[in-house]
Design a protein around this ligand. Sequence first.
Ligand code: PLP
Length: 397
Amino acid sequence: MLRFAERISLIKPSATIAITDKANKLRKAGKKICVLAAGEPDFDTPDHIKKAAIHAINEGKTKYTAVDGTYELKEAIISKLKRDNDLQYEPDQICVGAGAKQVLFNLFMATVDYGDEIIIPAPYWVSYVDMVSLFGGIPVVIECIENFKLTPELLKQNITDKTKWLIINSPNNPSGTVYTYDELKNIAQVLLEYPHVNIVTDDIYEHIVYDIKFFTIAQVEPLLYDRVFVVNGVSKAYAMTGWRIGYIAGNRRAIEAISMLQSQSTSNPNSIAQAAAIEALNGDHSFLQERTRIFKSRRDFVVEQLSKAPWLSFSVPQGAFYMFISCEGLLGMQTKAGTVIYNDLDFTEYLLASHSVAVVPGTAFGMKDFIRISYAASYPQLEVGCNSVIRACQEVS
Ligand code: PLP
């Protein structure tokens, strides 16, 4: 029998995918399920981007490219980082991969050794902990109770000699919180005291913000420039999750190591998707405003609806397309069927089995007794989903 490598026991499948699979099984069995668990925009990739891909195919851009991305795409990324974030990079400081996920994976594979500590503020995106664990790193998870944000005090308390990375993700998946300029500046002041700590900032939701300006930490504190790795991509803003293009910018020696790893695994990211990403970054951006306006009005709708749900509590998210909702108020209560809800896993199970709505338990994001709702869904879906959640809450006692 094939024996697996020990490292495979260190990771688990993504909770978001697990819940979607469960919902799909129920659907196949004939049940109508409302899925509010999507981690991607429900919009289509804009036409001008699709056309750029078709043009690339017709032009024969169907061969291997440079492992770390075409020169033209790197130029587009450099212009983007200058234009939006006031950050200056050279082509050898950029590596393009198959999504932000792959470049993060490569970054940790290239830098994390056994016993290295990685500070991960919770709630966090599900993959950070698994990636870090896979390479022998120790995830130092900090539960951020106050507004779901890391404070300078909490950061300071958790830095040790072994700290290698701090991960910042703003706007945050799953909470939708966005760090202000001042909050990042205060975190940066702590980091300046600890030169051995490197920072990876996952800016993938940069363009999906409501009534707040986005900042990234290297822009706020230029003295951190050499220690900060900026991760971004085209998945969320441009509705291009399936195209698989993400990138990382930072210290050239580390970028060289990441590219080397990529050369021995996937080689270059898809050549046609790279051509499309150039158009996404350089082309017309007017649709972004309209899409953000739609996300914001959906957020307002869900906030209004769910404030009618007894026992639940939440704060209004300022970015991304998620709400992180506390279900602590109903723990210990009984459903109509007599089942006691002890935790967020029981609650999500109850929502799915008895009220046909799929959401993700907070435990998957490092904070129990919460659920994550995605509002990247149509109004009719959101209405059905919210009504089901409200009814589910009214029916416990
Ligand atoms: N980072 C965060 C916080 C995410 O939520 C996601 C996707 O859900 C990713 C990274 C991965 O993005 P990509 O599609 O570019 O791999």
